[in-house]
Write a protein that binds this ligand. Structure first.
Ligand SMILES: NC(=O)c1ccc[n+]([C@@H]2O[C@H](COP(=O)([O-])OP(=O)(O)OC[C@H]3O[C@@H](n4cnc5c(N)ncnc54)[C@H](OP(=O)(O)O)[C@@H]3O)[C@@H](O)[C@H]2O)c1
Length: 250
């Protein structure tokens, strides 16, 4: 592994079910791939079938490469346990359908990376050490809590991408604290993290020249991270046995 990552590579059982939302690229891709390479069953919750299929193929190829390199503690199996479930997180209807689809599989759920609180009922019945992890961001520092405008009600044309993003990250952290408090004494822990400034596809949404200048400067000073380095913190939260029982941390 060299200096790329600091999460432990622990053998995970195929019975351990880990769901990662937005797993077809960026940080989600790395989290899903590494959890699967350690042996867990990983469900990629994505909105595009084609992108999810392509991501799963790429994960299998990279798994073979990792085996050739001799990376230790990876699953003995020749293929990864990957599954896909469609969800558009921008639509409550789709999220509700997705939750129903997952419940119909009859599977337990041990780790949920991102969010889908409606699956709490499944996690509560999935045994010890279940974890919810929010991929949050320090962008929350630029947000203000606006009770009058919790969700944006304007048109697509005047949608303030950056301020809505900052607010969503603040709400995510507030949700983490609230859920962690409510789930005290249960089998489920809830934590969130900031992955750093990571060179993923997220920057495709940045149209403002200020943001582009900022990224350029960050690159010049080597402040940006690769997707695997950015995903390290989340992977550690997903797999590291020492985090069992730890909850309510950002
Ligand atoms: N990159 C950073 O510097 C950074 C910093 C702090 C926090 N984060 C956080 O880390 C998380 C992952 O970001 P990333 O950098 O990996 O971004 P990314 O490369 O843009 O990946 C985002 C993933 O989310 C999926 N997605 C977006 N909207 C969706 C929807 N409505 N329904 C279902 N899936 C959807 C995307 O699917 P499609 O391919 O279909 O669009 C993609 O798989 C985000 O929560 C972000 O806020 C990132």
């Amino acid at each position: 592994m060299g200096s790329r990552a600091s999460f432990p590579i622990v053998p995970l059982s195929e019975d351990r079910v880990i769901m990662v939302t937005g797993a077809n690229c960026g940080l989600g891709y790395q989290i899903a791939k590494w959890a699967a390479m350690m042996g867990a069953t990983v469900i990629l919750a994505c909105r595009s079938v084609d992108k999810a299929r392509a991501a799963m193929e790429k994960m299998h190829e990279e798994f073979k490469e990792e085996k050739t390199k001799g990376t230790s503690n990876m699953t003995e199996k020749s293929t990864l346990c990957l599954e896909f479930l469609k969800v558009d997180l921008g639509s409550f209807k789709s999220v509700a359908q997705f939750c129903e689809d997952f419940k119909k599989t009859g599977r337990p759920l041990h780790v949920l990376v991102c969010n889908a609180a409606k699956l709490l009922s499944v996690m509560k019945q999935s045994g010890l050490d279940c974890r919810i992890i929010f991929n949050s961001s320090k962008a929350e520092r630029f947000a203000s809590f606006d009770i009058e405008n919790i969700s944006f009600t304007g048109t697509k044309r005047n949608y303030p991408v950056h301020s809505c993003y900052n607010q969503s990250k603040l709400y995510q952290i507030m949700q983490m604290f609230a859920m962690s408090r409510r789930l005290t004494g249960t089998n489920i822990t809830v934590n969130s993290l900031h992955p750093g400034i990571v060179e993923t596809e997220i920057w495709r949404y940045s149209h403002s020249w200020m943001k582009r200048c900022w990224i350029f400067i960050a690159r010049c000073f080597c402040l940006t991270r690769t997707p695997i380095y950015g995903a390290t913190f989340a992977i550690d939260l997903v797999v590291n046995p020492k985090h069992a029982g730890v909850s309510g941390l950002y």
